[in-house]
Write a protein that binds this ligand. Sequence first.
Ligand code: F6P
Length: 545
Amino acid sequence: MTETRKLTQTPEWKALTEHHGKIHDTHLRTLFADDPERGKQFALEALGLYFDYSKHRITGETMQLLVKLAEGCDLRGRIDAMFGGEKINLTENRAVLHVALRAPIDKQIMVDGVNVVPEVHKVLDKMAAFSERVRSGEWKGHTGKRIRNVINIGIGGSDLGPVMAYEALRHYSQRDMTFRFVSNVDGTDFAEATHDLDAEETLFIIASKTFTTLETMTNGRTARAWALETLGDEAAVAKHFVALSTNAAEVSKFGIDTANMFEFWDWVGGRYSMVSAIGLSTMIAVGADNFRRMLAGFHEMDEHFRTAPFEQNLPVLMGLLTVWYADFFNAQTVAVLPYDQYLKRFPAYLQQLTMESNGKQVTTSGERVDYETGPVFWGEPGTNGQHSFYQLIHQGTKLIPCDFIGFTRSLNPHGAHHDILMANLFAQSEALAFGKTEEEVRAEGTQDWLVPHRVFNGNRPSTTILAESLTPEMLGKLIALYEHSVFTQGIIWGIDSFDQWGVELGKVLAQRIMPELDGHANSELKHDSSTNTLIRRYREQKGNG
Ligand code: F6P
């Protein structure tokens, strides 16, 4: 058996620990004062993205040491392994090839000796043809009415990407159609999504990689009953239901003709699936051309990640900075703060991408890590967050690295709105970095007792990502940036970023509890005393007791 490499014992990690000891107190004020060019020095321009990482607690040496860490972890080799179709999702013995979903037709990406790119394009073409028929009104409902409403039913990766992309690209969407997304098994989600819709004009997209997910199957069955209540005839299902899945057998069992199924493959992870068939709702909303523009943006970032030297590689730098704060500053979270209303669901989308991927405590060889792995990702669009949680980021006791995302041009220019919005973005990162000293507060004539309350320590790190405007291409680039940053982190931490065993236990226990909720109040429960009492109380209140 080969001896496994212990990350914290590597010379690269030790060098970073020592370096952190030397610079962790250095203030960003000092770093900027010492180097008048720092704002440009630690900024990178690539693929139309301006990535300013100068307001981080780093020096040139930090970045060199972080890059060495990446090299020591064979990041280059692992990138090649992913793009080469190797089964890098070890615990599920699967290739990880979301990059193939956005590869141009002339690329070759092999899985088990087969080039998967032609298959990807075949499905994209089928999606495009279907989307066009729905958008143009050619695809009619069972009673001959045109489809005006599209409801995507899915959860996790089969929901978060589609919702986020629909919101992000709403500017490009077909405005005479309604798009809704049902994910929660809470019946309220379905009820509110459908209460004002006409079943004759509604298309349901049942999106599930496995087609066995309890929430989605429950919502799917409810949708069928709801539609048939109006449409009356089983034959209507063919006109009002399509499926997105890897599992044709389950799709058939559910009652959807596999001719109305758009397939994808087991080498597409759920949280990486929004540009597979799972993107059908996005494509219907924005049209195939815009969808392909988004794919082109993804692909550009994929190629940048695959080929750019680490020092100039956006996802690598972003991933390394995440590791730097999580492991050396013990930062527990990262705030993602898009200054664009269209990106309002971007932080929620990133939560699954980052935390389902890197919320792991053992390495790929099964050993417990002795360092921190994936931080909590969270956020809200600016400026709303400023009037909510920014207080804690500015003056709280926690260090929260922030990603500010903004665009030079608004898609909805209205008077001074955009300048006001962007002035706030720039002001926030400046305030976080430089703060306001006691002397400055006193110089303003502040009363003594108020001084400590009005001091901003600063030295709070942030990245600013600036692009020209939120185009479909740019959305693709931004998402791929985070995807590959997550990959970079996972490789450094030596974990499997592509499995999600942590979601299983709760699912199994829920299956066990479900029949118990229907049972007689006195029937025997074999849980702990807390769970037993909660179940009994629930039964009693609902009237089973
Ligand atoms: O429970 C987690 C999960 O497996 C996610 O990884 C996935 O995106 C989601 O459930 C939905 O799965 P499916 O697409 O198979 O319904």
